[in-house]
Design a binder for this molecule. Structure first.
Ligand SMILES: COc1ccc2c(n1)CCN(C(C)=O)[C@H]2C(=O)Nc1ccc(OCc2ccccc2OC)cc1
Length: 250
């Protein structure tokens, strides 16, 4: 039987509908759940307990939590039409460079701009809770990014198609079939401008592309800090970090 070329699969409306469905299926907390949680903040004692952790303990703790988020992003990617038709190596290459970017974009949905806190370990935490990571610049940049993106108030549909676009980036390093990624990306670009046009929010497109530049530097900072940490605590990374975290960011 003939198979529809993945690039022709669904013009924008069907394509965005399938991306939005995949997004909903792969976000572990629904917006209404987060609404209920957003004022659950840590007590002074709880914050003190996190701040008393050693650098390696806190790094391991955060790596385990972030891997939780990364797993859902990997699942989301696999369901994006055009992504799963790519070769295995290209799928890995796109996830290596794009999965943390998507986690950080999705993190903006789990951010409370009123008290500058982000979801962590079941409650909402301010930057001071992460002090023992000894990465104040990384945490400040993560919070700034989440705050800025949260302020754009993306709908779930806009978020879903935007994160698919973040993943389908033909400029990533080590891609074998760049052309194929570019073709899949073009359809998602069309879907995003289609959605923004329908929402009468074309001005968002420019702002979103600006945020992508910040995202790149933020992820580069994460990798730089991880290298610094691994140099100090090689055994912690080797034996206590989640394999997926090591494979994607190591
Ligand atoms: C989809 O969006 C989200 C967003 C948040 C979470 C989740 N999903 C589900 C899993 N989760 C849990 C279980 O807490 C949340 C989480 O990981 N929160 C969190 C983790 C680390 C943070 O800063 C440290 C840090 C940041 C960047 C890079 C390295 C870092 O440290 C080494 C801040 C917040």
């Amino acid at each position: 039987p003939y198979s529809v070329e993945p690039e022709l699969q669904g013009c924008p409306p069907e394509l965005s509908a399938s991306i939005v469905r995949s997004h909903r299926e792969t976000t572990q907390y629904r917006p209404e759940e987060l609404q209920a949680l957003r004022w659950k903040v840590f007590s002074r004692e709880e914050i003190h307990a996190y701040q008393s952790k050693s650098v390696d303990e806190m790094w391991q703790h955060c790596a385990v939590r972030l891997t939780d988020a990364v797993q859902y992003v990997v699942e989301f990617a696999k369901r994006i039409p055009g992504f799963r038709q790519l070769g295995q190596n290209d799928q890995i290459a796109l996830l290596k460079s794009g999965s943390m970017e998507v986690v950080l974009v999705r993190m903006s949905r789990m951010f409370n701009t009123e008290n500058n806190t982000v979801f962590f370990d079941g409650k909402f935490a301010g930057t001071e809770l992460f002090k023992s990571l000894a990465c104040g610049d990384l945490i400040a940049a993560v919070f700034d990014f989440a705050h800025n993106l949260c302020a754009l108030r993306l709908t779930e549909q806009q978020m879903a198609v935007f994160t698919a676009l973040v993943l389908l980036n033909a400029d990533r390093p080590c891609l074998e079939d760049r052309e194929r990624v570019q073709r899949a990306r073009r359809d998602v670009e069309l879907a995003l401008s289609h959605i923004l046009h329908r929402d009468n929010q074309e001005s968002l497109l420019h702002k979103l592309y600006q945020r992508v530049q910040v995202l790149k530097s933020l992820c580069a900072l994460h990798i730089e800090k991880l290298r610094w940490f691994r140099q100090l605590y090689p055994l912690t990374v080797h034996s206590l970090f989640p394999p997926l975290y090591k494979e994607l960011f190591g």
